[in-house]
Design a protein around this ligand. Sequence first.
Ligand code: PLP
Length: 386
Amino acid sequence: MPELARAVTSTPHSGIRNMAEIARQIPNVIRLEVGDPDFVTPTHIIEAAASAALAGYTGYPPSAGYESLRELIAEKVTRRNEVATKADEVVVTTGAGGGLFTTLLALLNPGDEVLVSDPVWPGYPAQIHLQNGVLKRFPLDRRRGFALDPDALEGAIGPRTRILIINSPCNPTGAVYAEGELRRVIEIAERHDLWVISDEAYDEIILDGHGISLAALGGRDRIITVFSFSKTYAMTGWRIGYVVASAELASTIGKMQEPVVASASSLSQKGAEAALQGPQDVVGEMVTSYRERLDLAMELLDTEGIGYVRPRGAFYLMVDISSAGDSLEFAKSLLREERVATVPGSAFGPGAEGMVRVSLASSRENLELGLRALSKCLRRQTAVKR
Ligand code: PLP
């Protein structure tokens, strides 16, 4: 048999998927590892997609997306993200994941360095590796809730660094970067002539304070912002997101979808139109529910004397299990002994070692049961270690 491409065989398996695969083989597991909302997509969105199918929206859409959806997205980004945007600066993509991949295709030459934070969502390292880029990490400031440290970021830039990926609100840390830090990111990108991909897949999942879109602060010609319908409207399975960039780059990214996916799905695009045009209180209700679950989780962990990093956005909670030792070993024990799935911090990079990620997009009941079991397992493992 001929061999597969080296970039594929040498790509490490995502630590999130690893745990999910083990969890699937064990009956009655409490699933706190997945970043998939436990809500079903709001009914009016599903109805709009179903009506669109019956109305004949079953052919190929334009590669950059329906003009009607791009107009609605441009209006959303202008109003809610405060980044004045026109429809020709928008490309509708197959989720934020697809948008990131085509954006990297448009920007990355083999051997170019791409700078990401540590910890980071494992999707970036995998995509960079698959496209023969070189991953470089800069540390987040763990003592300050994994805040962005612009000096540490700048210190990691080398002569081959061409692209910087910023993710706020951040998965897995829940950090929402402050305006001053983001302004410095733009200055640094300008000084070192970098592209900046700003992953804002969780732009509307703000648990505390408010989020800022990087491009709202300037540097528009070098910033590409990636958004998603997945988390905001509980539409993870619809595979729909969008990229905002200069009209020229947006057109390139749109063209690059043609030979691979052609475009995002026609029915998902029609659902996305309904999501943007319909009532927005569905988003507020889901965010309120994540906030309530966070309060529940923090109260429980406080009572048990377990440390955590308080998230300000997205829907994850990083829990300190360092007294038990290695995060992968702990996550495996928790799964085997208590049937609770989490993600070991090591899946996100060395900067999250000693922690596990718990998803707040799980039911209150599961969250409570899961965290109690985590506490029990942590006590046991800590005692063994001593
Ligand atoms: N970016 C981040 C930070 C994510 O956490 C995820 C999914 O978990 C994605 C991108 C991909 O999202 P989508 O479902 O829109 O492809």
